[in-house]
Design a protein. Structure first.
Length: 320
């Protein structure tokens, strides 16, 4: 079987089906009291494209070992089993892997994305040609282990602020080519997406301000941003209380309080006094996130949801 490399999903599919839309997607909209909002389904086309690319990478000219050992017409069954407590994400990709290799494959899913399972739980049972099971094993597990790892990490962070009303957000610190997958997994874990990319929201960071001239750079940057794209939300990164005040005064939608101490975060929230929403970022860990949430910020963003999530332990066992 030959696989061709294909591109990632189109913008229309991305916006229409991959992520939550409306108040479930945008972070700077009122009336989102908790993180308990639905997770959108994957777009079928994006699943297929990712799966074909991954299989092409792994199979190359063919699975030499399996083709040498296993008759083409032999069929079998395999179970995919959790080897630790985890939150599941990526079931549809696993199903697509085996269906791509055997269009008569039968997949019995015992769980859904977003569910928490225990060590020893069977996640899926796959019945297919043995060659398809053996050839697709690694690719299927790569998707499921990585995405479930992100979902599990996200669940830990979301649970750590339970009851505070604070939303946990991811960042753009994702694996190149896997952003849509990892951001989906973040939602499966109960956290939410910040920006999908550079085009759906404006985030004016310290280097943007450094590239400008003049004394009132924040006000000027916000003015230019509003004029260029009035439909987009604007967030400004503030490293000091003075910058936080300037951003709030400029009428931004969100002030990002970057790498501030607990005392500085409390002072910033008091200073802003509801004029805009606030986001804490920088140095966020499971050990300090609850204390950060209790400062009164609206959001906490953490790159660790994706860049520090480890792949969880999941195995596939052929049933003899």
């Amino acid at each position: 079987m030959t696989f061709a490399m294909v591109g990632l999903c189109t913008r229309d599919h991305w916006k229409a089906r991959l992520f939550c839309v409306g108040q479930q997607k945008a972070i700077a909209i009122a009336g989102v009291p908790s993180q308990e909002c639905g997770v959108a389904d994957f777009a079928d086309i994006s699943i297929k494209q990712h799966v074909i690319a991954a299989l092409s990478e792994d199979i190359g000219q063919g699975d030499a070992t399996t083709e040498a050992l296993i008759p083409a017409d032999a069929s079998g069954q395999a179970q995919i089993i959790a080897r630790e407590t985890l939150v599941v994400a990526g079931v549809a990709l696993v199903e697509a892997v085996f269906s791509e290799l055997d269009n008569e494959a039968s997949i019995d899913g015992h769980i859904e994305d977003g569910e928490k399972v225990q060590s020893g739980d069977c996640l899926l049972t796959v019945t297919a040609r043995l060659r398809a099971l053996l050839t697709g094993e690694r690719t299927a597990l790569n998707f499921l282990q990585r995405l479930s790892g992100v979902a599990t990490q996200s669940a830990r962070y979301a649970e750590a602020v339970s009851g505070t009303g604070v939303l946990i957000l991811d960042t753009r610190k994702t694996t190149p080519g896997w952003r849509m997958l990892e951001k989906y997994a973040v939602q499966c874990g109960g956290a939410r997406n910040h920006r999908r990319g550079l085009d759906d929201m404006m985030l004016i960071k310290d280097n943007h301000l450094a590239a400008l001239s003049g004394e009132d750079r924040i006000a000027e940057a916000v003015h230019r941003a509003r004029r260029a794209s009035p439909e987009l939300k604007i967030e400004v990164e503030a490293e000091t209380l003075e910058q936080a005040e300037q951003a709030a005064e400029a009428g931004v939608d969100i002030v990002l309080l970057d790498n501030m101490t607990i005392e500085e975060l409390r002072a910033a929230v008091k200073l802003i006094n509801g004029r805009t929403q606030t986001e804490a970022s920088g140095g966020i860990t499971l050990e300090n996130i609850r204390e950060v949430a209790e400062t009164g910020v609206n959001y906490i963003s953490a790159g660790a949801l994706t860049h520090s999530a480890r792949s969880v332990d999941i195995s596939m066992e052929i049933q003899s």
